[in-house]
Design a protein around this ligand. Sequence first.
Ligand SMILES: [Mg+2]
Length: 414
Amino acid sequence: MSALRFVLHADMDAFYASIEQRDHPELRGRPVIVGGSSARGVVAAASYEARVFGVRSAMPGFRARALCPDGVFVSPNMDRYAEVSEQVHAAFAEFTPDIEPIALDEAFLDITGSERLFGGPLALAQSLKQRVRDLTDLSVTVAVGPNKLVAKIACTLAKPNGLRIVSPSEVGPLLEPLPVRRLWGVGPVLAAKLARLGLKTLGDIVRYDSRQLIRELGERALELQALAAGRDSRPVISERAPKSIGEESTFEVNVLERELVSAALTAHADEVARRLRRTGYVAHTVTLKIKLGQARRRREARVGSDGDEPVYPLLTRSKTLRAPTDDGRMIRQVALGLWDAARIQEPVRLLGVSVSQLGGRERSQLDLFSGSHPKRELGLALDAIRDRFGRESIGPAVGHLEKVSPSLRKKSGD
Ligand SMILES: [Mg+2]
């Protein structure tokens, strides 16, 4: 339905431990354990030499010492790591502005579009690895996939010092054999529940009958099946993420009738919701914009202005929702409620609906337990049809709106 995306996940290999080994050559090739040297401390990072013994981060220090008696325990030097982290993220930033930092040593990069400047996703990933190596003398594992979920999983599988490009046709074969715990949001409780149904791998989940799975798990079953199949529309949320998404139209003939207002708001809400779903955002706040139809005259002091200029008063009304949404009906309902509350008494020349306070559709386990997923599935299905057959093919009020206002001027953007 939408164009192919390229999402890159980059994760430095054994970051803290590698920095220590780089800065202290005598530690190279030895099992280095950062943190965990005090009685109650936990391991912050372990070099690959230490991981061979089963040492992992977040493990209590005494446990690490038991597993790896010859380990070299080093106190963390966070200032140093933060310094190197800045270099790493600066390297990432040379490849796209659309970066979502995840940790000191880890980020998602949306390289859709920018990948062409580097000769494709593989060439970009190779350049990025080399750039990080040049700047820091450290290795990073990089994976590119059609979405965050695939990129993250592929990156984990490619470690250390790996490079993996996963095309859409490779997603199924990559994910199918993986254990269910590989998915975000699948904790021990859900995993045990799935195991009781005989579902051990992501492929098992995908192949399981949807209706049966809904009976077992509730609505989150659909979400789970989508994730298991490698479908994930969450955006890479960067500083450049849109602040708002809006639609507005100026009427040829000013309107006041509630039916016409409702038709316009429905069309706008619908399109706003479609753009939210396409980009993977959900919105917390809905804003209604109203431009009154009667111009007021205002004395203009500006040089070059020839006196009075008509000014159409502009009103905005906003409401923040308890739970974020990407549902057109919800947005319409809120916008119409704002219209009613505004008690507009004169015809208006412009109506706009926008949403702001955007966030990604996070998939936590909590999220999997709640939410209106069937409605979302419906929304996405409608989007797919619209994309294929054009905007006017579906939508309760679009035709009506065009009838009342044939030369409606439309403005998209935020
Ligand atoms: Mg790392």
